[in-house]
Each structure stands twice: as structure tokens, then as C-alpha cells.
Design a binder for this molecule. Structure first.
Ligand code: GNR
Ligand code: NI
Length: 188
């Protein structure tokens, strides 16, 4: 069990296109997948992509069935974790869906994002086995959000320039206020 550090925008690792995993799913890679899941539960995220923990590889984890909230200890949050290595969208629906998205790398900020309602994704699973699924609803939204991270794209990049600039200014203030509170409370 290890909770990793989460990188926050505008850190450059979040803007980089991540490298595919070569050489299959090794023991070291599974350790990273386990640590990413621990980190996701610790921060109450629905999903987490490797670049968010500073690793520029095409890996993501998610669990849309977890129990959430600060009163639930991370060990009891586990619902149905899913692991995706080298995921690729092979089809997306013409019909769209709007969802109010947040991101652990853009803390405290939320905005409506429009994306395809359904996607087919092929990927390698935790055991290195090739899989293909059709996702809809929250799973489709979160998968697309996480796969954007692998291409250096954040949910704010789907907004108008005006909305994005406003949100990034609020993020800067949010981060600064947080740091000041931590200093005041002698956490740092
Ligand atoms: O925890 C998260 N919630 C969320 C809500 C709506 C759409 C996407 C997400 S993913 C996000 C965690 C995160 O930042 N993953 O990259
Ligand atoms: Ni995110």
C-alpha cells in the first residue's frame, strides 16, 4: 500500500503525451497499478491516470462503484476496480452526453464537459490479457477523461478559452489559499 503524490496543473508532466507500455504487464507494473489504486481511493477519485502521479506511461485505473467520503477509510472504499494498459478508443457514438467533471489535478474546480455517450475501448488488463469493452454512462465519461490525461489533455481543454482562463485563475487562488491555510495551521 502506497499513496503517491498527485501532480497539479500547470505541471508539465500533465501536458506530455504518455509512452505506451512495452514488454507486457510485469510485477513492477502491477505494483504501480496497485499504488495508483491506493492513491485514487485516498483522494476520493473515480479514476486516476499515470501522468497524474508523475509517470508518463499509458496506464489508468478506475472504480465507479466505490464507496466515497472522508468518513470511509480507504481500505473499505473498494468497489469494482478496473485497470487499463495501453487503452485505445476503437469506436465512439455520435450521440453525446454532458457531465459535470472534476479532476484531482485541477482541485476544487468543476465544469460541464460534452463527450461521446458511448465508447468501445481495447486495452490490456491487470493480467496483461487483451480485452475490449463497450462503455456508457459514467464509465464512458471517466474512461475518456482518463485517456485524455494520457494525451496531455485536461478537462479544462474542452472548455472555451474564456471559461478555461477563469477556471485556471480560480485554481491558482484555490492552491494559494490552501498553502496559506496549511502554513497557518503549521502543517508545512
Ligand atoms: O474523481 C474524479 N471524478 C470525475 C468526475 C467526473 C468526470 C471525471 C472524473 S475523474 C476524477 C479523477 C481524476 O482526476 N482522474 O483523472
Ligand atoms: Ni483527471
Amino acid at each position: 500500500m502506497a499513496v503517491l503524490k498527485i501532480y497539479v496543473a500547470p505541471h508539465p508532466v500533465l501536458k506530455k503525451k504518455a509512452e505506451p507500455v512495452a514488454g507486457g504487464v510485469t510485477k513492477d507494473l502491477r505494483k504501480l497499478l496497485d499504488d495508483m489504486l491506493d492513491t485514487m481511493y485516498a483522494y476520493d477519485g473515480v479514476g486516476l491516470a499515470a501522468p497524474q502521479v508523475g509517470v508518463s506511461k499509458r496506464i489508468l485505473v478506475l472504480d465507479i462503484h466505490q464507496l466515497k467520503g472522508d468518513d470511509v477509510p480507504p481500505a473499505e472504499k473498494r468497489g469494482e476496480p478496473q485497470y487499463f494498459i495501453n487503452p485505445e478508443i476503437v469506436w465512439s457514438s455520435a450521440d453525446l452526453r454532458i457531465y459535470n467533471e472534476g479532476c484531482l489535478s485541477v482541485p476544487g474546480q468543476y465544469a460541464d464537459v460534452t463527450r461521446p455517450d458511448k465508447v468501445r475501448v481495447k486495452y490490456l488488463d491487470y493480467h496483461g490479457k487483451a480485452q475490449e469493452i463497450e462503455a456508457d454512462g459514467l464509465l464512458a465519461t471517466v474512461l475518456q477523461h482518463e485517456m485524455d490525461h494520457l494525451n496531455g489533455v485536461l478537462f479544462v481543454d474542452h472548455l472555451s478559452t474564456l471559461k478555461r482562463d477563469m477556471l485556471m485563475r480560480k485554481l491558482k487562488k484555490f492552491t494559494k489559499d490552501n498553502e496559506e491555510d496549511m502554513a497557518k495551521n503549521h502543517i508545512l
